[in-house]
Every structure is written in C-alpha cells, then in structure tokens.
Ligand binder design. Structure first.
Ligand SMILES: CCCCCCCCCCCCCC(=O)SCCNC(=O)CCNC(=O)[C@H](O)C(C)(C)COP(=O)(O)OP(=O)(O)OC[C@H]1O[C@@H](n2cnc3c(N)ncnc32)[C@H](O)[C@@H]1OP(=O)(O)O
Length: 183
C-alpha cells in the first residue's frame, strides 16, 4: 500500500456535482428495496446516500456529521465501510442495468444487489469535516455476481479502498416491511 501514500484523486471530467434533479441509482430501486439504512430513500433515519453516474463512473458524496466521529477530528471506520458498501452496491446495480440495455431514467426499476463480501482497507485517517467522495468501478461482471472496487477521498486524498462482491438480491428477499424480522 506504500504506493498509495499521499495519493490524490486525478482531476477528471465529471468532477463537478450532478445537476440539480439528476437521477440517482437509489431513486430507481423498487420500493421494497428502498429501506436500506445507508441508501434507502424510504428510511428517514438513514444516511440517504445517492450515487450518480458522471459520464465516467459512479460517484457518491457525503459529508459526515459530528456524531460520525471516531475520535475528535476523524471519521468512524464503520461509516466509511457503509459508504463503500452502499456505493459499491449501487455501482453493481447500475452495471447490471446498463448490461440490460437501460439507462437511468428508464421506467424499469434498477435491479438490487446484496452484499456478499465487503473488504475495506483504511489507508489513512479520514478527516471529519470535508465532504467525502467515493468513486467506484466494476472489475468483474458475471452471471451471478459483480465485483466492485471503490475508493474514498477526503479533500482529494485517498483515505480508504474497498473491494466488494455484490450478488443480485434473490426474489425471496423482497416484500419485508419495516418491523418485520424483529424479535
Ligand atoms: C439482510 C439481508 C436482506 C437483503 C435484502 C435484499 C435487498 C438488498 C438490500 C441491500 C442493502 C445494502 C447492502 C446490505 O447491507 S445487504 C445486508 C448484508 N448482506 C447479507 O446479509 C447477505 C447474506 N448472504 C446471503 O444472503 C447470501 O450469502 C448471498 C445472497 C449473498 C449469496 O448467496 P449464495 O452464496 O447462495 O449465492 P451463489 O452461490 O449463487 O453465489 C453467487 C456468486 O457470489 C459468490 N459469492 C457468494 N458469497 C460470497 C462471498 N462471501 N465472498 C465472495 N464471493 C461470494 C459466489 O462464489 C458466486 O460467484 P461465482 O462462483 O458465480 O463466480
């Protein structure tokens, strides 16, 4: 990991924010699959993560709040894992959607993936304060899984990297309402 020390995110087209009203992957998940704590649009207590396609790849932006602290000044690693997880699931879902010939904005819902494996390398402490930017790419897209590598930046500095295995959510996982499964 020595080669990563001080790594800066390369300037790239699409570095700017999505235009107002741009559709996020999470806006197009089916209702039954839109409750995730990290990125479910129906979960008012969640993080509300939104992942966009910027022409080159996927990007998710999130500014941690003070309660997301590990120690004063730095972000809690579990939050970083959540950002990488939901961003990577959205990246895998969008890759499947694109493979099926769709583009965001089409009426068909974006397929949902479930996390089979989440591996995170914390390369350096992540400062609490700046907006975090996660970028991802699909490195393997098979019949039964997608493997996504995501990188998390603060102030343009690479702080964490994830490798995530995403599996299309089996149909049997649909239909649970909030509260079901408790107790
Ligand atoms: C709580 C869960 C609710 C989910 C609700 C759904 C909505 C989504 C919400 C999302 C919210 C956001 C996200 C969350 O928070 S999701 C919450 C956290 N995730 C879970 O709870 C998932 C629990 N696990 C499972 O249900 C099953 O194990 C799954 C469905 C993941 C796979 O089942 P199964 O094993 O029967 O599938 P398969 O045999 O057809 O394998 C398919 C391919 O995957 C490969 N593979 C499998 N496992 C691993 C692994 N550990 N490492 C590496 N690779 C693995 C496997 O080799 C094969 O590849 P290939 O050999 O073809 O190349």
């Amino acid at each position: 990991m020595t080669a990563d020390r001080g790594a800066q995110h390369p300037p790239a087209a699409g570095e700017g924010r999505p235009p107002a009203g741009a559709i996020a992957v999470q806006d197009r998940y089916a209702d039954d699959f839109a409750w995730c704590y990290g990125c479910g649009r129906h979960n008012p207590a969640g993080l509300g993560l939104k992942t966009h396609w910027d022409g080159e790849g996927t990007v998710t932006r999130f500014r941690p709040r003070p309660e997301h602290m590990a120690v004063p000044g730095y972000v809690y690693g579990g939050l970083i894992a959540s950002l990488i997880d939901c961003h990577s699931m959205a990246t895998a879902s969008l890759a499947l959607y694109h493979r099926d010939g769709h583009r965001l904005g089409d009426p068909e819902p974006v397929p949902r993936c479930v996390t089979a494996s989440l591996q995170v390398d914390y390369l350096r402490p992540t400062p609490l304060g700046p907006e975090l930017v996660v970028r991802g790419r699909v490195v393997e897209l098979g019949a039964r899984k997608a493997v996504v590598e995501s990188e998390l930046y603060a102030n343009g500095v690479l702080c964490a990297r994830g490798r995530v295995v995403a599996v299309p959510a089996p149909p049997t996982m649909t239909g649970a309402s909030p509260g079901q499964g408790e107790g």
